[in-house]
Every structure is written in structure tokens, then in C-alpha cells.
Design a protein around this ligand. Structure first.
Ligand code: TXA
Ligand code: MG
Length: 534
């Protein structure tokens, strides 16, 4: 199909859009939040076209857009007084209200639910198109399902060109994130999706408002979504996104320590510190971040980076909506670099006895983090598994379980393959490690120490205040490995020669603990702790 592009300012633009809509077509229209893909809400065939064009899951209901309050009673089975109070204050504007539906609203719009979502947008072109068509318009965001929502006509074109009848170009959307969704069906009312209207603003009108836990958290497996749209991975660029909490200083240090090409998604004026960056609004201005976030996520794709690290926004006001969208684009990955207790690193060659030294630290109230254990946990993450399947074949999963032997066989068959294994797992191991640091702080640990054989090859080194290297003579290490792992001398030799030599570890570490005599080693640990935690 040939998609028509019409400037909203062109005479007759809204009339043309209205005519196409009355004839059962689908048209992308500008709203103050994001562009919507509109169809006659009372025509199931037209509504079905929206789902096809977007590739939207059938169970995700649409919002019905109206231009005046009189259009609402026929669409709902009951009008609560709260609706008028909300409308008085926030309509036309970025608020969607869920109510019990009437029989007039087709199941195609509500995905079979007995409720309907209604919004009165404020964008003049949207209002005129609704009025001119004389119809309630079902309209989800006009992006391909899963992609960032469109805030410019060119975003709609990039996703839906040739799949829809027309695009009305009304310029850039001013709010930039989708409307706040509040359900009046439950008591107290529940905020299902944060947006342009903040929870505090809603509470001024409604009294207590509950915030659905799906705003902040991944749904449990099998849990039914109150708002089906919240269960999908969403707003995602092609790059793997992670939110980074903390100061700009810790953010930039961490980003510059990354091993893979990573796009900095940061605030205005910060981007010049990085090789590759996309800025998404002014630092202390949530409204400006909301306006630019989706465009920024789309621009990440243009950088060709496979990873993107986003500066965490404040969650006040519309900032909550920005954070909520980012959480979904990041599949809930957050790395919080703000630590309340010191963090150290513990490294050394195989057989040097990191574990034994770690036990001494643990006995002194340290949170000792075993990155080998976290490596085993990392491969249970669904995105990591998907990446491993891509590199090493679908048959590394048998009956839903990872076949670790088969994976190891393939991943260690060549240095290039090993790099692919690292690429799939190391970012998740890093995230899990930081999570363990925070868990330790909550438990009241004095400090954390990260036990990692390849600490210096990892971005984790940059969060360690000091690194401790454990050493032991080569013969001693060989003896210990033979005892511990029961492997032959030649296998041990192979393993040791695959590692960096001792001098390399020593040169990069701040503190050396020679682990030959247990009581000397223990004394060295205590000396280190006394000096560092004084
Ligand atoms: O700002 C906006 O709301 C934009 C513009 C175009 O108006 N529209 C928009 O639509 O964001 P969409 O389809 O991308 O998101 C609608 C959200 C989804 O999360 C959906 O699950 C939820 O609203 N929703 C719709 N009807 C619902 C209902 N009856 N009950 C609960 N959630 C509902
Ligand atoms: Mg959407």
C-alpha cells in the first residue's frame, strides 16, 4: 500500500484523515504524547488492521480517543463522578481512564476485557480529526510493536511505511511519553502506566491512588497483567540496554571500562566524554527527558553499538514515566554504582588460593562475591541464553535446560568462540556482581570483595577501591590443583598457560598476599583490612 504523507498545517489535512478513517482505513495522527495509529473504534475490521500493521499481540487492548465528554456515555456502562473530576483537571491532555465498557465497544478494541480505556488528547490536529470523523478513534502508539514509541512523523515512517493509509505530520510531540493510564474500575484507583500526569497530580483529585507493581517490576511468571501492555518487552532499540544509577563520574568511569562498543545514553552536554553517545534531555528536567527519550533510543540504533548504558533519570513527576519506559527497554536491567561501603577486588592465578583468602575476608565480616558462581547463574537469564543459542546452536538447550558440557565443548574450542561466550555472559555477570554488593550492604557487611580470576579484563576492576592479588609458587599451585580438581599435570599446565602470568597480576594489583603459610596469609588479610577500613 502507498502511504500518504500530509502536513497537518496543509488545508484539508484533517478532513482527508477523517475521510480515510470513516472509510475504514488506518491513519497515524499526532497527539501531544506520541503519534497514534488511529482507526474507527466501532469498526472491528478497521481495528484489526491496526494489529496487523503494528504486529501487535492480540491480547493488548487499545485506547479509545474522544474529543468531547458527550462522546463517553455510549462507550461505558457507568460514568463515575471521578471521571468528571479528572476530566475537569486534566482533559484534554495526557491521561487515559479505564472504565467498564458498554456493548457498543467491540471486543477487538478491548482484547476481550470488560473495560475500556478512554482518552481525550489535546493536540489540535488530533482533536480536529476526531471531531471531523465523528467517530471514537482506537489508537495505540504508531510504532511497530516492541519498538520505541514515535514522537516524530519520521519515526512512524521508519516503522510503518507502506503498511498504513496515511500519516498526518503534526511536528514533534511535546510530552514525548505516552499518557498516564489510571483505572477507575478498582477502589482505590490504580495507576497502571505512569505518563505525563504524575501520581501526585492524580492524588490531588482522587485521594489515594495505588501504583501497580508492574510499573517497577517484571511480572512473575504466569501472573496476569492488569494492563496487558505492561507485560511485553517494549521500547527497545536493537542494542542491549542497561540503566546505570549513580554519579556522572562513576557512570563515565564504568562506561569507559567496557570491553564492547557501548553507546552512552546521557544528559545534555555529557556526550562529549564518550566515543559514542546519544543525549536525551537536560539533567534536572524530567519534562525535557520525556520529550526526547524515545527519539534517543531510536538514535542508538544509528550508532551501530550493541550495548547502550543509560543515565538513570530522577523518578519525580513525569520522570517516573521516563524511568518506567527505560526499565522496559532495558528488560529491567539496572546497575546501581552508588555504594555505601567500600568495594575491593580479589584476584590471582588458579591454585593460588583465592577461595581460602576469601574465607578469611568472610570471617572478618566481608561480603565475598564469587564470580564463578555468578557465571553459572548468568546462563539462566533468558536474554543470555538467547544470545548463547545464536552463537553456539539451538541444541545447547535440551528440554528447556542448558547443556553446560555441550556449551563448554563448543565455547572453548577456539579463542574466538571463547570470546563469544564472554560477550554473552560477562555483562550479566557484571550486573549480578553489583547486585550482590548491594545485597551485602543490606545485610550489614563491612565491605565487599569481588573474587574474580579475570578481574583486570573486566569493567568490575573500575569499581574496586583496591585490588588484592593472591600468589603462590608455581609448584605449589600445581599441587593444589591436582588435589582439588583431580586433573592431570598436562591439563593443569594447559590451564595455567592460558592465564596471564603472575607478574602481570602483581603489576596491576595494589596489594599482594602470599598464600603459602595459612597463618601468615591470615595476618596479611587482617593487616590489609585494618589499613583500608580505618
Ligand atoms: O498517549 C497515549 O496513550 C498514546 C496516544 C496515541 O494516545 N497511546 C498509547 O497506546 O500509548 P498504546 O496502545 O501503545 O498503549 C495502551 C496501553 C497499553 O499498555 C494497554 O495494555 C493499556 O493501555 N490498556 C488499554 N486498554 C486497557 C484496559 N481496558 N485495561 C487495562 N489496560 C488497558
Ligand atoms: Mg504502545
Amino acid at each position: 500500500m502507498n502511504t500518504l504523507y500530509i502536513d497537518a498545517g496543509q488545508p484539508g489535512a484533517c478532513k482527508t484523515a477523517a475521510r480515510i478513517l470513516r472509510e475504514g482505513g488506518i491513519v497515524a495522527i499526532p497527539t501531544e504524547t506520541v503519534y497514534g495509529l488511529a482507526a474507527n473504534a466501532l469498526n472491528p475490521d478497521a481495528v484489526a488492521k491496526i494489529f496487523r500493521a503494528k504486529g501487535r499481540p492480540q491480547d493488548n487492548p487499545l485506547i479509545v480517543h474522544v474529543s468531547s465528554l458527550d462522546e463517553i456515555p455510549p462507550l461505558v456502562s457507568e460514568v463515575k463522578p471521578e471521571l468528571y473530576a479528572l476530566a475537569e483537571k486534566f482533559w484534554p491532555g495526557p491521561l487515559t481512564v479505564i472504565m467498564k465498557k458498554s456493548a457498543l465497544v467491540p471486543d477487538e478494541v478491548t482484547a476481550g476485557l470488560d473495560t475500556v480505556a478512554i482518552r481525550m488528547p489535546s493536540h489540535p490536529a488530533a482533536r480536529e480529526i476526531i471531531k471531523e470523523s465523528g467517530l471514537p478513534l482506537a489508537a495505540p502508539s504508531a510504532n511497530a510493536s516492541g519498538r520505541p514509541s514515535p514522537t516524530k512523523a519520521e519515526h512512524v515512517k521508519a516503522d510503518l511505511d507502506g503498511r498504513i493509509d496515511a500519516v498526518i505530520d503534526g511536528g514533534d510531540c511535546s510530552v514525548g511519553v505516552e499518557s498516564t493510564v489510571i483505572s477507575l474500575v478498582s477502589d482505590p484507583p490504580v495507576l497502571l502506566r505512569p505518563g505525563g500526569i504524575s501520581p501526585a497530580q492524580l492524588e490531588q483529585v482522587l485521594g489515594r491512588v495505588e501504583i501497580s507493581h508492574a510499573v517497577f517490576e517484571k511480572l512473575e511468571k504466569g501472573e496476569k497483567a492488569q494492563s496487558p501492555g505492561m507485560k511485553y518487552k517494549h521500547y527497545a532499540p536493537k542494542a542491549k540496554v542497561t540503566i546505570i544509577k549513580g554519579s556522572f563520574e562513576s557512570y563515565s568511569r564504568f562506561l569507559l571500562a567496557q570491553k564492547y562498543r557501548t553507546c552512552a545514553v546521557c544528559f545534555d552536554g555529557e556526550g562529549s566524554a564518550f566515543e559514542c553517545a546519544v543525549e536525551y534531555g537536560a539533567k534536572d528536567d524530567a519534562a525535557s527527558q520525556a520529550e526526547h527519550i524515545f527519539d534517543a533510543l531510536r538514535r542508538v540504533d544509528g550508532t551501530g553499538c550493541e550495548y547502550a548504558f543509560v543515565r538513570c533519570p530522577d523518578t519525580e513527576g513525569v520522570g517516573l514515566a521516563v524511568y518506567n519506559r527505560l526499565l522496559r527497554s532495558a528488560a529491567f536491567r539496572v546497575i546501581d554504582l552508588e555504594f555505601s561501603r567500600p568495594v575491593f577486588g580479589l584476584t590471582g592465578q588458579s591454585g593460588a588460593g583465592k577461595t581460602t583468602i576469601g574465607e578469611v575476608f568472610a570471617s572478618q565480616g566481608f561480603n565475598v562475591i564469587d564470580t564463578d558462581a555468578l557465571a553459572r547463574k548468568a546462563v539462566t537469564d533468558s536474554e543470555v541464553l538467547a544470545e548463547l543459542k545464536e552463537y553456539f546452536g539451538d541444541d545447547i538447550i535440551i528440554n528447556g535446560e542448558l547443556d553446560r558440557r555441550r556449551l563448554a565443548g563448543r565455547a572453548f574450542s577456539s579463542p574466538e568462540k571463547t570470546l563469544l561466550l564472554n560477550k554473552a555472559t560477562h555483562p550479566e555477570i557484571t550486573r549480578l556482581t553489583v547486585e550482590e554488593i548491594h545485597k551485602g550492604e543490606q545485610r550489614g557487611a563491612r565491605a565487599s570483595i569481588i573474587d574474580a580470576p579475570v578481574l583486570f579484563e573486566s569493567p568490575l576492576a573500575c569499581i574496586c577501591a583496591k585490588t588484592v592479588c593472591v600468589t603462590a609458587p608455581r609448584e605449589e599451585r600445581i599441587k593444589r590443583l591436582a588435589q582439588r580438581d583431580g586433573i592431570s599435570e598436562s591439563e593443569i599446565e594447559a590451564r595455567l598457560s592460558a592465564q596471564k602470568n603472575e607478574a602481570d597480576y602483581v603489576a596491576k594489583s595494589d596489594y599482594i598476599i602470599e598464600n603459602i603459610n595459612p597463618s601468615d596469609a591470615e595476618k596479611a588479610v587482617i593487616k590489609f583490612i585494618t589499613e583500608e577500613l580505618k
